[in-house]
Every structure is written in C-alpha cells, then in structure tokens.
Design a protein around this ligand. Structure first.
Ligand SMILES: [Zn+2]
Ligand SMILES: [Zn+2]
Length: 237
C-alpha cells in the first residue's frame, strides 16, 4: 500500500511540477539538463569493439577481451553511453532513485541507433531484485517501453528468472561471468519470432546477455541483437 501511495505521489508531482535535472537539480524543464547531458561520454564517439561495444579509449587491444572470453552468439550489442563514474551516477539515479523517466531523454538517440537494426520484438531482461518487481519498478522494462514506442515494435516478455541471483553490479568480474549461468528461462516452449532485441540497463561483462541469447536461440529464435543503455569500458588500470 505504501509503495502505491509513493508512486501516486511521485506521479502527481511529475504532472504539476516541471521536471528538475536529476544530476544538478536545475529547473530547465528537462530531467537531464543540457550541461549535464553534455558531460555524458557516448559510446559512438569512442573507439570500441564493433560487436559488443566495449569501449577501448586509446588502448585498442588486438582482440576484444569480452568477445574472446564469452564468444557471444548475439549479432551485435548496441549501447548508448559509457558506464564510467558519470555514467554510473546516471544509472544510479535511474535504478535506485525512481527516476525512470530520465530514459526518455535518450529517445532520439535510441531511435536513430536502432532504426538500422532489423528486429521483430523487444525482450527485456528481468530485473534482479524482487523488491523492485513488487514496486513495478523494472529499469530494463522502462527502456524496452521507450524502444517499443519509438520503433513501433511489441514487447514480448519471453525471459524470466529461474533462480535468484545477486546483481551483476555487486560482483567481481570473475563472479559476473558465472553468475547468470542457468539463471534464466524462456517462458514459451517454442519461439515464433525470428529476430529479437534483448534489452538491459547496463552491460558489464555481457555474460547475462550471452546467456539469454543462448536460451533464445535454443528455443527457436533466428537472430538476437542486444541493447544496453550503458556499457562498461575496458579497464585501463
Ligand atoms: Zn543538470
Ligand atoms: Zn567485443
């Protein structure tokens, strides 16, 4: 009950008060003001792996370490911004401070990047935390909705979690590789869609996306593309 009242209060505040920037709290009428938007590092402006969007900055390795470790079966991972210190701050606002509407500020960029990809449906990766699901608060679903509205593709929740696992963001990189294994299942016996766009908020090692791609292909999908709002860069230290 408390959470419903809280959501109602938040919704009413959104209707009657003009949006405030979630980072600097300026009242420009946007949830992310132009100055704060300008501080974001966009994946497209940096050197990166053409397949998994791992950002290399200046140190371009011969082989992408994430693709080498996981041999992803998805065709391509498309990401918007770098999960650096600033990117993490932004994701924290979106994920933990109930500011899902911030995602809408990226609508134009998301549309222009995904227009080039041929896919039939949008599949969100289920959230890791039961607490959020109870609140109806699932970041990957919000991102999927923005994609669905902008590109006119339906959302089909084809994946559910089959066991409770900790959030990837709380684990070491070695643990992140093993954590998603067998943690998800497809909700139908046979998938009748050809090309799927899998959606998550942050891609760290891509282990979760690889595991979900594996089960979707196993159940009959022809091709899987992935999308994440943020992507971790190659560690340079
Ligand atoms: Zn701002
Ligand atoms: Zn790669």
């Amino acid at each position: 009950m408390k959470s419903i009242l809280y959501t109602l209060k938040e919704t009413l505040l959104e209707i009657f008060l003009p949006p405030i920037c979630v980072i600097c709290e300026s009242k420009e009428g946007k949830m992310l003001c132009e100055t704060c938007f300008g501080k974001i590092k966009f994946v497209d402006e940096l050197q990166k792996c053409p397949k998994c969007s791992l950002v290399f900055y200046d140190r371009v390795p011969q082989k992408c370490p994430d693709c080498e470790r996981l041999s992803p079966k998805f065709s391509k991972l498309i990401s918007i911004f770098v999960y650096d210190e600033y990117g993490e701050k932004l994701i924290r606002k979106i994920k933990f401070e109930n500011k899902l509407k911030v995602v809408e500020e990226f609508s134009n960029i998301i549309r222009s990047k995904l227009e080039k990809i041929e896919f039939d449906i949008v599949v969100p990766i289920p959230s890791y935390t039961r607490k959020w699901i109870k609140k109806g608060y699932i970041p990957s679903l919000k991102i999927a909705r923005v994609i669905s509205e902008n590109l006119k593709k339906p959302i089909v929740p084809l994946i559910r979690k089959s066991k409770d696992i900790p959030s990837q963001l709380e684990l070491s990189s070695e643990e992140r590789l093993k954590n998603p294994k067998n943690a998800f299942e497809v909700t139908v016996r046979k998938i009748n869609y050809r090309r799927i766009l899998l959606v998550d908020d942050v891609a760290t090692t891509t282990a979760t996306l690889c595991e979900c791609t594996r089960i979707l292909l196993e159940k009959g999908a022809d091709e899987v593309f992935c999308f994440s709002l943020a992507r971790t860069p190659l560690k340079t230290f």
